[in-house]
Design a protein around this ligand. Sequence first.
Ligand code: NAP
Ligand code: HSE
Length: 428
Amino acid sequence: MSQPLRLGIAGLGTVGVGVVKILRNKVDLLRQRTGRKLLITAVSARDAYKDRSVTLKDYAWESDPVALAQRDDIDIFVELMGGHDGPALNATKAALAAGKDVVTANKAMLAHFGHELATIAEEKAALIRFEAAVAGGIPVIKSLTEGLAGNQISRVMGVMNGTCNYILTQMQATGRGYDALFKECAQLGYLEADPMLDVGGIDAGHKLSLLSAIAFGARVDFESVALEGIQHIALEDIEQADDMGYRIKLLGVAQMTSAGLEQRMSPCLVPKESPIGQLEGGTNMVVIEGDEVGRIVLGGPGAGEGPTASAVMSDIIEIARGIRISTFGQPANTLVESGPSPSVTPAPYYIRLRLQDQPGALAKVATVLGQEGVSIDRMRQYGHSEETAPVLIVTHTTDRNALDIALQNMHKTDVLDGTPITIRIENM
Ligand code: NAP
Ligand code: HSE
């Protein structure tokens, strides 16, 4: 039997406690599967006196996570504190500098500093593994890095924020509005400390940037992800989409185009019958398309103690087995710089707007769209009882830049009331 593998765990919240429980409860199973004993040496959190529903008395306590990361008696630093910089980043850098392997669930830190950390890790012959950082319990990082390593990946897409999917599916199922469901999510404890991370698409954008790096051999570039949240989605949009055979999802898409790597996280209309269209509640789904394998659909719980701790454990077990894989599946110095794609793959768009109820108003809107080459597929006026008329337009496949110019020009007409809502239609 090899030497025990010694772990230092920083962060004893939802995920950290889940990991401690697995390590305590599955000692024999883990030893059988890795051929080594997995030992927690030391732990860290802010409050040393908090009751965490798990026994910690067997482990040394470090109030400073950087000190924990540098201890001589740990082999792996398990970072489960969160936060894109601050203590998580400092401690991760300290661990790597000391030649320790790092396991983390921190998508925010990796989205901002992933390339820098991967470079440091390689210089120190250390590892960073982060299965739990994307889609919680779904083994999507290992699927891309290992299971699909023989494929040229053409597209990765998915629903990677359970809170947004919960809000959108509950709007559909119950007819309650965004504001009521946002409040419910706050009461249920679903929201991140900064809710904009969820509803603004940032958390899901972080995750997409990590998948893109692996799938396309690119440096993590979160700044290049075109982000749009779900805050402006109204019940009306959910209902109109349903009427046309679609569901609205906060969908992330990364694909290599002739113009470069396109990465976007935004609400999209997707066909109701598609796997993503049928995804309910807080679950996640990632679809990967590869030249050899075709299409892979991975679904499951994207958050919570058990699923996220399960993913963290998969990384610890991988290291215990002696498997050593570059952070993003290939050496950091071979990852290419991508930058924002100058254009977005053309698509049909759903546009909801309110028009002054006056002769020629619709014609003016149609003219403005036509001038930019945006062709209308369907158009209808509905629910018309006020002074302004709600109008729904579905375009044919169009260039997003042309549509944006048309929308700017629409504002210059005297017939528009408020700002139109525009949602991409993603056929899959
Ligand atoms: P959490 O419940 O808020 O726990 C955070 C833990 O970190 C707490 O134990 C806290 O200490 C500790 N901590 C915070 N700042 C610290 C500092 N300066 N020094 C030492 N300890 C510190 O968070 P979580 O939900 O477990 O999430 C942990 C990580 O997993 C995050 O990166 C998150 O994005 C990621 N993640 C979470 C989920 C999920 O379902 N929760 C899913 C996927 C990924 P105290 O307890 O003493 O306050
Ligand atoms: N806030 C995230 C979500 C947690 O709702 O999916 C998991 O990363």
